[in-house]
Design a protein around this ligand. Structure first.
Ligand code: PLP
Length: 462
């Protein structure tokens, strides 16, 4: 645990040739240079320590420096450096079986390098599947507004956030979007459950109105993460599964963020009943960020159509480094640790006993809603609870900066109004200690009290 500290001069003083991701290139803003990590914490060049409250980019699930993972990687590299997955190697074979088992059996796994690639792979499989099973007109892919599915052009076309897309349009043809389950700002009246079910009804209406014979797939995260942590009622997910079944639409579940315990189940869709997606895509927590790896797990029913002998129906798709032996060995060790240390149950329990305390922040006028499932939390920030006007950008920046000064990194996203990111994101490593979680909750509370202490509407003790 660390004391509150003053941030010493953060580095990158010399001209840098590094093009930072998602960075506004403001010469006044110096990016910190991280040099060392331990558990959920990292240190910068000036010796400042930070708790990583967003697990890097929601991926550092087991934290820094797990010796067992490092050794598994080195051992694999020493044994077999590389073969492409046009052939086989043991780590890929074992990992594919393990993932199929975790998903409930009977899935075939295709490996790539990232979440974007895992989704691109899923889109191509869904389209080819329909082409070779008598439905060649099925090509459209539907996703929800506010969702994020990756940065490559297909995955970006499924991504329905204007601010991420507008400079790169036109999108790939054949992608369309529907209204998400977002009860807090819903266009529908009624309870959250009613509002979410109406959003599910829009999925069915869209399929019918587009022509069911043209729709290949529906892609969804169980909980929209990159678009402001939108958590639907479980009936929404169950209803969408039912709709996809009825219209022969491949249900692609994007578990890139929610997979491997983040939400208190091994996979996010497992919170719902009787949901068994046709395709499940994974990355991030698959290796806990130790090496890049993406996976696209496909139900046997679909895989069968790629198999017959003598036909040109194989999947013409390859990625040089997809399923790299070292990455697969790392993933296997990562999953072994998750199971051995009961990480999923731990997330479930600590989310209730510790992170749940963030709910109390709704006492501030500027906190419109706290949405949480497991170690995935979004605080929707508003100017005013009644109008729900998104909190001004400079105030959002102020929250993040104040947390950073106290040694806590948190994030923000949302795109509530295109380009306006008014949702605070908190997603600590799944192995965060109880002290880490207490530090996180206390620091955020402290910052809110410091910035908004005079704007309190309810008498909830902090
Ligand atoms: N899907 C979801 C839900 C994501 O949040 C992300 C990345 O944040 C991706 C896909 C893309 O993953 P990657 O950055 O590994 O390409």
């Amino acid at each position: 645990m660390k004391e509150e500290m003053e941030i010493r001069s953060v580095t990158e003083e010399k001209p840098s040739h590094l093009w930072h991701a998602m960075h506004r290139h403001d010469p006044q803003v110096k990016q910190l240079v991280a040099v060392k990590g331990e558990g959920g914490w990292f240190t910068d060049e000036a010796g400042n320590c930070y708790l990583d409250g967003v697990s890097g980019l929601w991926c550092l699930n087991l934290g820094h420096g797990r010796q067992e993972i490092i050794e598994a990687c080195a051992a694999q590299m020493g044994k077999l450096t590389y073969v492409p997955l046009t052939m086989s190697h043991q780590p890929a074979l074992q990992l594919a079986t393990k993932l199929s088992d975790l998903l409930g059996g009977n899935y075939q796994c295709f490996f790539s390098n990232s979440g974007s690639e895992a989704n691109e792979t899923a889109f191509k499989i869904a389209r080819q599947y329909h082409k070779q099973t008598g439905n060649p007109e099925k090509y459209k892919i539907i996703s929800r507004y506010r969702s994020y599915h990756g940065n490559t052009l297909g995955a970006l076309s499924a991504t329905a956030q204007a601010n991420r897309r507008v400079k790169y349009d036109p999108a790939v043809p054949g992608f369309l979007h529907v209204y998400p389950p977002y009860a807090y700002r819903s266009i529908f009246n009624g309870t959250k459950e009613e509002s979410d079910l109406k959003a599910a009804q829009l999925v069915e209406d869209t399929i019918r109105w587009e022509g069911e014979e043209t729709v290949a797939a529906f892609i969804m995260e169980p909980f929209i993460s990159g678009g402001g942590v939108l958590i639907p009622s479980m009936e929404y997910i169950e209803r969408v599964q039912d709709i996809c079944n009825r219209y022969n639409v491949v249900l692609i579940m994007d578990e890139v963020v929610s997979g491997f315990g983040r939400t208190g189940e091994m996979f996010g869709f497992m919170h719902a009943n009787a949901v068994q997606p046709d395709i499940v895509t994974m990355a991030k927590g698959l290796t806990s960020g130790y090496l890049p790896l993406g996976a696209t797990a496909v139900k046997d029913k679909i895989y069968q159509s790629f198999k017959s002998v003598g036909k040109d129906n194989h999947f013409r798709h390859v990625s040089t480094y997809g399923g790299h032996p070292a990455a697969c060995a790392v993933a296997l060790k990562n999953i072994e640790i998750i199971e051995r240390e009961n990480v999923v149950q731990r997330v479930h329990d600590l989310a209730k006993s510790h992170l749940n305390a963030l709910q109390r922040l709704t006492k501030y006028d500027h906190v419109g809603e706290v949405r949480q499932i497991g170690f995935l939390v979004g605080l929707e920030m508003v100017e005013d609870k009644a109008t729900k006007e998104p909190l001004a950008d400079e105030k959002m920046v102020g929250i993040l900066q104040n947390c950073k000064q106290r040694g806590l990194i948190i994030g923000r996203n949302g795109d509530t109004v295109p380009g306006q990111n008014n949702v605070i994101i908190i997603a600590p490593p799944l192995t965060s200690t109880e002290e880490d979680l207490m530090f996180l909750v206390e620091t955020v509370t402290d910052v809110f009290n410091h910035l908004f202490g005079s704007n309190i509407s309810e008498s909830i003790p902090l």
